[in-house]
Design a protein around this ligand. Structure first.
Ligand code: TK8
Length: 348
């Protein structure tokens, strides 16, 4: 009996030794194997983190960027991660600063805590039409702002478009200022948006975009505000009944690149990426505007639609004027004056 147990033990030991020898490389080999996908000297993979889903013009614009970059060099590959798979806007921006993410394209509002001057876009009812938007963002002012970003370890390569923001809620149709009283509205994590929606009589709740749909589903907020493409393509009619055209703020999308990563690229790679970001941005803007028009028509079939009249909008603007005055004094006055004079120049 003893002899038999000894034999079985030795046999098991022999089997384990053979399996270990055939079981693949050491953790070092695995690390080398897995590491090669990331750090292969020949090809660098650029990862883009987006908050919106893969139906949105933001994703389509990113696909255009990928196509443009990969068609011009073999040294770069682009991977697009949508719906906040990697991170929400603020965390993604922080990852750019650490160099653990290459690209993210958020709305300007969450970026204000990194570069306060971007707060000009949150001043309600200032940018009022796409001609004005293009004149302000594609001109000298857009370049002036973008030049302030590098101190934060980030490079802004282009202005893309989120669009004019509209209100949805699950409580009632909104036709006049008083209809807003007490509504719990999710707002972006931005002081001006919080103050503006408070001044309009609501109870604003700052929240990352990635938490928004669940919050509406669970009725922890009554409503939110975003451009028509996001409202339709993120399926908000499933959890929101009323849609109101307010055009209260225009949100740009910022094509942001990690400066840590940017500085490792060759001048040729930098030129390819910068040109691709600008060209894909033109494509994104056109597609976003077309999608906004189409989305509104579809949303009118799915939601109860109201539009705030010009007369009533005067009351909305009066209500938020103290917010504009307060936050104008908090943002670099030179930048605010340059922004408002550009707007004045292009007002109809
Ligand atoms: C997407 C967000 C979104 C913004 C918001 O990442 O948070 O409501 O409008 O587009 O940046």
């Amino acid at each position: 009996m003893l002899r038999k147990n000894l034999f079985i033990t030795l046999l098991l030991l022999a089997v384990m030794v053979i399996l270990a020898a055939c079981g693949g490389g050491s953790s070092e080999d695995n690390k080398t194997a897995s590491g090669s996908a990331e750090s292969n000297g020949d090809v660098r993979t650029l990862r883009i983190s987006l908050g919106l889903n893969d139906q949105h013009p933001l994703y389509k614009g990113s696909e255009k960027f990928k196509e443009l970059v990969e068609s011009q060099t073999d040294s770069l590959k682009v991977e697009i991660y949508h719906s906040g798979q990697i991170a929400d806007d603020r965390s993604a921006i922080e990852m750019l600063q650490f160099g653990t993410l290459d690209i993210t394209i958020p709305s300007s509002a969450p970026f204000v805590s990194f570069v306060p001057e971007y707060g000009v876009f949150d001043l309600p009812f200032t940018l009022t039409d796409t001609e004005m938007v293009d004149a302000v963002l594609q001109g000298e002012f857009g370049e002036t702002l973008a030049s302030k970003v590098e101190s934060q370890g980030i490079v802004q390569l282009a202005w893309w478009e989120n669009g004019f923001r509209q209100l949805t809620n699950n409580s009632k149709p909104i036709n006049k200022l008083e209809d807003l009283d007490g509504l719990k509205i999710r707002v972006m994590e931005n002081e001006t948006h919080i103050a503006s929606w408070k001044a309009l009589g609501t109870n604003p709740t700052p929240m990352a975009f990635t938490e928004l749909f669940t919050a509406m589903q669970q009725k922890t907020v009554d409503g939110q505000e975003n451009p028509y493409p996001s409202i339709l393509l993120e399926k908000y009619p499933e959890v929101q009944k009323y849609l109101t055209e307010t055009n209260h703020v225009y949100s740009p999308f910022l094509f942001l690149f990690s400066k840590k990563v940017w500085d490792e690229l060759t001048p040729e790679e930098q030129e390819i990426i910068r040109n691709a970001a600008v060209e894909a941005g033109e494509y994104n803007r056109e597609l976003t505007r077309q999608t906004a028009t189409e989305s509104l028509e579809e949303l009118k079939k799915q939601m109860e639609f109201t539009k705030i009249s010009d007369e009533e909008l005067v009351k909305f603007k009066e209500a938020v004027q103290p917010v504009i005055d307060e936050y104008k004094s908090q943002i670099d006055s030179e930048i605010v004056d340059q922004y408002l004079s550009e707007i004045e120049k292009h007002s109809k």
